[in-house]
Design a binder for this molecule. Structure first.
Ligand code: BES
Ligand code: ZN
Length: 637
């Protein structure tokens, strides 16, 4: 059924392009959209001319040289008569490009853009299979090479990748655009004592280039066409533990018990998500808990979500992160933003779905509180992005001349989620759920845009109801800045007790110790995020003394308190701040803290310089890329 839909769509596309020759459509080739708003300005590929359909990697991992190298074999589908194909390349060292008979194909690498890398144009003639022999550069932005000292076990090196949004072109020569879905397979040779994992099911097919005795090879195959940013790898001393029939966790042996305990609700979450959004289409849902340098909270790599270890609080209080990454198995991985301008379709839908899963597992009160925290974060993001008229407060954003990650703000996540919740509130949960489930079914394994979203919701939900159309304010939500007047508000009672404590604190009273103990993490976060941003030292000292916040084991709480520490130049917590900034490299935590420190020229800047000099080597390139721009260290390092 799925395959028929994709094939039919591809045929349709061919006819839209006015191509009258009989098209040979292979199974599971996902369509390329041809509308102007589906053109990806962050890729050099010209997929309507020639596009990659399948990618096969045969690679070896060289820790000493910090390189991944070998061959990439690409299957190309092209319009008749098209003789060249353009790929994305960021610093790849290309040794040779040949056709399947081994005959060299001429190629050239175009001028390099700081964000995008360079076009790699290959003259394939009438050939439709090309083999690229290459290596990644030691400074490839997708990859982080950890020394043994930077791991939990301290004995073995570790490699991890982060592809989203446009990093994978630094280690995979392909068309690195979310609108060009590809099936893929890989054989990866690694030092024999290590394990390689990737974002695809295991593949038993023997390695065509068997590794030497001190190396071991791992095979993977993704039979569903996916956006190439979803190809991911990690190599290290890894162990696995099953959590349920189709869920499990990989991590370093020293982390396995704590990780498995924190993730104990995962199987239930998969069941809950399926009941809401239809069958889970990826086989297994495993997770990899990475070393603390992993730059994100989580990354929805298919079949293998990547997770920061900083979500482990010991009490499962930060596992909405799992609900989020799992929800991407529908929003993002099945129906994928065609370009990064429509990133909100990935993240806003996922944030909405995350809270629906949380509601099923932890109950409506917890979900309502997370909705309220989300709306606070949305309002903060509106402020930070120029207020109600700021162009970057639109859901469909303009990224011309910018890096896609400029759009990585809570506008996409929280305004996006608020939009969907508003529709839910207006049409009723039952109707909305039916529509959303249908959306995933209608667009599975396909790229989507904001205009496709609008057309779909009009066809399948609004259905010509003029009065409903007016109430929804759909175009205003997606194309205009600020927040439309019909937004579904937070439940004012969601945090009634905490809000009273916030008011009391404003009047000079510390929260009662027993009350604080009884509060959940979300309630404590509401308190720390809602109290006045300006606090005298004695009040911060009292809070820290009473609730041990600057060294809290819960990293979200610790971050919320350290934000106040920096804003108020609270010297006694600076050692705890420096420790926090050097023990983990999650961008969401380290970027705002180091940026605020750097902006405070008198008090904060020397701390920022000192701590960044120490911490930088432990951060992933995705994190240092932004922080280096602050110019804290000489020679840009
Ligand atoms: N897909 C994102 C991470 C991402 C976005 C990486 C854009 C690179 C570019 C992931 O699903 C995500 O949203 N992670 C969040 C956690 C979530 C609970 C909000 C994070 O890392 O903080
Ligand atoms: Zn996400």
């Amino acid at each position: 059924m799925r395959f028929l839909t994709a094939a039919a769509a591809a045929l349709l596309l061919m006819s839209c392009q006015g191509d009258r020759s009989p098209a040979v459509i292979e199974p599971k080739v996902a369509p390329i959209l041809d509308a102007p708003d589906a053109v990806d300005i962050h890729s050099y590929a010209k997929p309507l001319e020639a596009r990659v359909t399948h990618l096969d990697l045969d690679l070896a991992v060289d820790f000493a040289a910090k390189r991944i190298g070998g061959t990439a074999t690409l299957d190309i589908q092209a319009k008749p008569g098209v003789r060249e194909v353009v790929l994305d390349d960021k610093g790849l060292e290309i040794e040779a490009i040949v056709d399947e008979t081994g005959r060299p194909l001429p190629f050239k690498v175009g001028p390099k853009d700081e964000n995008l890398g360079a076009p790699l144009t290959i003259e394939m003639g009438d050939k439709r299979k090309i083999v690229i022999t290459y290596k990644s550069a030691p400074d490839a932005g997708a990859l982080q090479w950890l020394t043994p000292e930077q791991t939990a076990g301290k004995k073995h090196p570790y490699l991890l990748s982060q592809g989203q949004s446009i990093e994978n072109r630094a280690w995979i020569p392909t068309q690195d655009s979310p609108g060009i879905r590809q099936t893929w397979s890989a054989h990866i040779a690694v030092p024999a004592e290590l394990t390689a994992v990737m974002s695809a099911p295991k593949w038993d097919e023997p390695d065509p280039t068997p590794p030497p005795p001190n190396m071991k090879s791992f095979g993977f195959r993704m039979a569903n066409p996916v956006a190439p940013y979803l190809i991911a790898i990690a190599v290290g001393d890894l162990a696995f533990r099953e959590l349920g029939p189709r869920t499990g966790v990989w991590t370093e042996p020293a982390m396995l018990d704590r990780a498995a305990a924190e993730l104990a609700d995962t199987e239930k979450m998969v069941d809950a998500a399926e009941a809401l959004y239809g069958p889970y289409q990826w086989g297994r849902y495993d997770m990899l808990v990475l070393p603390p340098s992993f730059p994100f909270g989580g990354m929805e790599n298919p079949t293998l979500t990547f997770l920061t270890p900083t979500f482990i609080a010991g009490d499962k209080s930060l596992t909405s992160l799992i609900a989020h990454e799992l929800a991407h198995s529908w929003s993002g991985n099945l129906a994928t933003n065609a370009t990064w301008a429509d990133f909100w379709l990935n993240e806003g839908m996922t944030t909405y779905a995350e809270r629906r899963i949380v509601e099923e597992i932890y109950g409506p009160k917890v979900a309502a509180q997370q909705v309220a925290l989300g709306l606070d974060a949305m309002n903060k993001a509106i402020e930070e992005n120029g207020g109600a008229t700021g162009p970057d407060t639109r859901l469909h954003i303009d990224l011309k001349g910018r890096h896609p990650d400029d759009g990585l703000t809570d506008i996409a996540y929280e305004k996006g989620a608020a939009f969907l919740r508003t529709i839910e509130t207006i049409v009723g949960r039952e109707r909305f759920d039916e529509w959303l489930k249908g959306w995933f079914e209608r667009h599975q394994f396909e790229p989507v845009t904001t205009s496709i979203f609008l057309a779909d919701i009009r066809e399948h939900l609004v259905k010509g109801d003029k009065e409903l159309e007016d109430r929804l304010m759909l175009d205003q939500w997606v194309y205009q800045p600020g927040i439309p007047s019909n937004i579904a508000r937070a439940d004012p009672q969601a945090f009634a007790a905490v809000d009273a404590a916030v008011a009391a604190f404003g009047a000079g009273t510390l929260p009662d110790a027993a009350a604080w103990q009884a509060w959940t993490t979300d309630e404590r976060l509401r308190f720390l995020n809602r109290i006045d941003r300006t606090q005298p030292a004695d009040r911060l000292a009292a809070l820290d003394r009473a609730f041990n916040l600057s060294r809290a084991g819960n990293n979200e709480l610790r971050f919320a308190f350290l934000t106040l520490v920096v804003a108020n130049r609270f010297d006694p917590a600076v050692p705890a701040l420096e420790e926090f900034l050097t023990m983990q490299g999650r961008r969401k935590f380290v970027r705002p803290l180091i940026t605020s420190l750097a902006e405070d020229k008198e008090w904060g800047l020397p701390i920022a310089v000192r701590v960044y000099a120490r911490a930088r080597a432990g951060y992933h390139p995705v994190t240092t890329r932004d922080l280096d721009k602050l110019g804290l260290l000489k020679r840009g390092k």
